[in-house]
Design a protein around this ligand. Sequence first.
Ligand SMILES: [Zn+2]
Length: 89
Amino acid sequence: MFGGPPKPGVPLKLTLDGKKVHDADQALLQIERRVGSGEVELGTCALCFEDMPKAKLMAACGRKGCSQQVDNDCLGEWVRHEVINQGVD
Ligand SMILES: [Zn+2]
């Protein structure tokens, strides 16, 4: 969600009001917790079951009122699969 864990050996540098935040890992954890607590409205992708902001989700069938919400990446993968499968038959 945040581009993966930081690379080992590369110290995180965060500043707050010009002061260095000493425990950057803790700060990141708090941010993640805030996101998880519902301040950002989350939906669940029907393909990978990951929770993500609803802005990233779309109806799987492309119609309004479709209850299956999938994210951009999964929809792309899924469509590619469907096309390949049809090509084999
Ligand atoms: Zn997904």
